[in-house]
Write a protein that binds this ligand. Structure first.
Ligand code: NA7
Length: 540
């Protein structure tokens, strides 16, 4: 880290946070505690980030609600009751508003404001931000809390503007909702978002057509309501729950089973998988046999177990086979958790179109034209995903020392130190950045925010005006992260987790985008660096 002191002009703020979602809200609290002049800019009209935008039908957690809340305030944990084990979007949005109220956060947040550009000024060791209306704002430190799934992408299909019915991306679902009951509805995509949308829309739709390019391995969510008594008991166990999340690789309550898949006798193996399939949440993904995501034969066996479940649940064998992934194994992409998803395909008013067999040629005024026929629709839903992890950075014009654009610096994949710092971009700190330890979002975001806050506090105490990573820091960390990810089956497969989005130029090939050494190791690594006074940050 290079930290250089320099007398500067009066800046508008000591720190600016971009984003008022899960990470951004906590970051604002921490920076206020440090006594800084801080301002948050948020593109939406209210707090929530992901939980503000993604109000599509059926949107909900796949992490247990009671592992997802903030842990920094005991009082907050005392006061908030979750009503379902996997809370729906409106409840989470309410929760984040409750947090904003409780800590009086809105007075430091400027809503409806997009930061379009951020340019580093060498002479004053500060960032010059340009807002969407052309306003300039200066700050010493710039902290991004822009999320990893916040840059939605439309499909690269011609004619999306031509459609005369109603259409929207799930991320931009209208606040007033969409009246799809009894209507002819199309959904493009079959990722985690589409799965949640499909199973909800199918309940009242007139006719539903699902356009699938790649099926995903889905497993049951097994959600349930939380009674008042159960919530009290969960609250009493919060210390134990949080301690458990701290120990697991992804900060979920589910921890990997130490046994090896094929060394476990078939009956025992099957019984274990049956139990996981009937249990709530990500256990079947995060709590499976220890070699399930690294050993090909183990992974193939787990995949066959899930494939048979799909065959049992979907009545038409041709449709069932279409829903079974063939190009990747179970768990090598993010596992969508579902509630009666596969049974939707048994409804007479639901049709699955495999766009590999009959590609979509264009969106028309009245619907969707494939190579085989034109389908007529009232509504088209684009559940086509995100330019993940680095996409939100690419969409901002971030320029570091010498006017170097972050997008160009990362053209061959992100290069960071600890997922927090970028060479040539002093005083820029990323929460939940590429190559950081990611997982259960709030659990990992809390750590990320606390680490960044530690750096800012250090700079404040030492009177530092410039904090930046050395080239060595970035090289060492990037090599380390790439090495860690090499043997994982997950990193071979195109998905948002490997930075692939076929609708975005230059993002066609899987890359290692995430630190995969497990969050406990990530924390140990970062804590040691903080205790040692940030040795790979340049100090001047
Ligand atoms: P995903 O998981 O990236 O899914 C996007 C889906 O859209 C996926 O099925 C894509 O197929 C499909 N897609 C994208 N573009 C096209 C085109 N042009 N034609 C046909 N199909 C297309 O995003 P989600 O929003 O579902 O989930 C993201 C995460 O958010 C999720 O994991 C949760 O953590 C929350 P493809 O697989 O690329 O063939």
């Amino acid at each position: 880290m290079s930290i250089a002191a320099k007398a500067t002009e009066q800046l508008d703020f000591d720190a600016v946070v971009v984003g008022a979602g899960v990470a951004g809200l906590y970051q604002l609290i921490k920076l206020r505690e440090l006594g800084l002049r801080v301002r948050t800019f948020e593109a939406a009209s209210a707090v929530g980030g992901t939980w503000y935008w993604n109000r599509y039908p059926g949107a909900r957690f796949d992490s247990e609600s009671w592992t997802y809340g903030y842990s920094f305030s005991k009082e907050l944990m005392e006061e908030w009751d979750w009503t379902e084990h996997f809370a729906p979007q409106p409840e989470t949005e309410r929760y984040l508003n409750f947090v904003a109220d409780k800590f009086d956060l809105r007075r430091d947040i400027q809503f409806n404001t997009t930061v379009t550009a951020a340019h580093y000024r060498d002479d004053s060791n500060s960032w010059d931000l340009i807002l969407h209306d052309g306003t300039h704002v200066t700050t010493r430190f710039l902290i991004t809390a822009i999320g990893i799934l916040s840059a939605p992408t439309m499909p690269n299909i011609p004619g999306t503007d031509a459609f005369e019915g109603q259409s929207c991306h799930t991320h931009n679902w209208p606040k007033g909702g969409v009246d799809y009951a009894g209507k002819r509805v199309a959904i493009i995509g079959t990722g985690a978002t589409a799965v949640q949308t499909i199973q909800e829309v199918a309940k009242t739709v007139g006719h539903l057509t699902i356009f699938q390019r790649t099926p995903n391995w889905c497993a049951p969510l097994n959600n349930g309501k939380i009674s008042k008594d159960e919530m009290d008991s969960i609250r009493a166990r919060y210390p134990e729950i949080l301690a458990r999340c701290k120990e697991t690789a992804g900060c979920y309550v589910h921890s990997v089973d130490p046994r090896k898949t094929l060394e476990t006798p078939p009956d025992e193996r099957n019984a274990f998988w049956e139990k996981l399939y009937a249990s709530p949440g990500f256990g079947i993904w995060q709590g499976n046999f220890s070699d399930m995501l690294s050993d090909r034969a183990a992974n193939a066996a787990a995949s066959e177990f899930i494939a048979n479940k799909i065959r049992q649940r979907v009545k038409d064998p041709v449709t069932a086979e279409k829903l079974i992934p063939k190009n990747h194994g179970f768990g090598t992409r993010r596992v969508p958790l579902e509630t009666h998803y596969y049974e939707v395909y048994n409804q007479p008013n639901v049709e699955l179109v495999d766009v590999n067999e009959t590609p979509i040629e264009r969106i028309t005024r009245g619907g969707i034209q494939t190579t085989q026929q034109e389908y007529a629709f009232d509504i088209i839903i684009y559940a086509t995903g995100f330019d993940a992890i680095s996409g939100a950075f690419d969409r901002m014009d971030i320029q570091g020392v010498g006017g170097v654009r972050l997008k160009d610096a990362w053209a061959n994949g992100p290069q960071t130190y600890l997922g927090v710092f970028v060479e040539g971009f002093p005083n820029l700190f990323m929460t939940m950045g590429p190559h950081a330890g990611l997982g259960n979002y709030t659990r990992t975001a809390e750590y990320s925010v606390e680490f960044v806050s530690g750096v800012v506090e250090y700079a404040k105490e030492k009177g530092l005006k410039r904090v930046e990573t050395t080239a060595d820091g970035v090289r060492e960390w990037t090599d380390f992260v790439l090495g860690l990810g090499e043997d994982l089956l997950m990193n071979e497969v195109p998905s948002w987790m490997t930075g692939v989005n076929r609708n975005v130029e230059g993002k066609q090939v899987p890359r290692i985008m995430r630190y995969s050494g497990g969050h406990p190791a990530y924390r140990r690594h970062c804590d040691a660096i903080a205790s040692a006074g940030y040795p790979l940050l340049a100090q001047a």
